[in-house]
Design a protein around this ligand. Structure first.
Ligand code: IPE
Ligand code: IPE
Ligand code: MG
Length: 253
């Protein structure tokens, strides 16, 4: 039996964010080059994208490359960029066929020009799709995003377009790369590391965090279902008491 059958389809997270970690160690454990791990990781991406689309998840954000990852050895960085270009080129038709809309968050200007073009094309091709929103975090880091938001806000204040007294959490949120997305309810990190590594620091304020030892290239649909099942056992209190939450649920049901 698949764990999928145990899921409460009425209580699925609307937005799942994943730190896809462990490609390098997975490859090393097999006596292979780190790039081999990144290649195999693409199959896991296919799996979680397909599973999310099948479940009717609204948003899936995948942390594919961080600002800090630019400091990795040149051959690894180049290999990842080529993998990205080739994968997007190969998969764009499947995305469209499955009604998936592609988004990118991060500093796109940092990407090699051919990589930027490929991403922009895929974003344009899939822009009319209305199913799963697939968000790739590329050259992304939350501190970069937050500083960038502060800069844009300061510019708008200087230009007289924004009054400092009007800055609320809603306004702030509009200046982030994720302006069009709801906050993730579930954040998954693979490979046994229990840290955030500069991912969506603002947006994860109340996300449920799920850490698994599974290396990213081994992560499959069943692993995603397992994470969602675990999420469904959690009581999300948002600062309130358990009694308040239960009372509220009784009123709703
Ligand atoms: C995640 O796997 C992919 C990227 C960060 C690009 P890693 O490459 O970080 O793999 P480990 O953590 O070294 O095993
Ligand atoms: C986080 O993984 C970034 C991505 C998965 C893209 P890292 O492997 O770069 O994070 P650290 O260095 O272990 O914190
Ligand atoms: Mg890592």
């Amino acid at each position: 039996m698949s764990l999928k059958d145990k899921l409460d389809l009425q209580r699925l997270p609307r937005h799942i964010a994943i730190i896809m970690d462990g490609n390098g160690r997975w490859a090393k454990e097999k006596g292979q080059d780190r790039l081999y791990g990144h290649h195999e990781g693409v199959e896991s991406v296919r799996n979680v994208v397909e599973a999310s689309a099948e479940l009717g998840i609204g948003y899936l954000t995948l942390y594919a490359f961080s600002t800090e990852n630019w400091d990795r050895p040149e051959n690894e960085v180049n290999g990842i960029m080529e993998l990205l270009v080739n994968t997007i080129r190969k998969e764009v038709n499947t995305l469209t066929k499955n009604n998936i809309k592609l988004h990118v968050i991060g500093d796109m200007n940092m990407l090699p020009p051919h990589c930027q073009r490929e991403m922009e094309e895929a974003i344009a091709i899939t822009s009319g799709n209305t199913g799963l929103n697939l968000v790739m975090a590329l050259s992304y880091s939350a501190r970069w995003e937050i500083v960038n938001a502060a800069k844009k806000m300061a510019e708008d204040v200087q230009a007289g377009k924004l009054n400092p007294t009007d800055i609320t959490q809603d306004v702030w949120q509009k200046y982030l790369c994720t302006a069009a997305l709801p906050d993730p309810e579930l954040m998954i990190r693979t490979s046994g590391e229990c840290r955030i590594s500069n991912f969506l620091l603002y947006q994860l304020a109340y996300a449920e965090l799920y850490f698994t030892d599974t290396r990213w290239p081994d992560f499959r649909k069943e692993n995603l279902y397992e994470a969602i099942l675990n999420y469904q056992t959690r009581e999300r209190r948002f600062g309130k008491t358990s009694e308040q939450i239960q009372q509220n649920e009784e009123i709703i049901s």
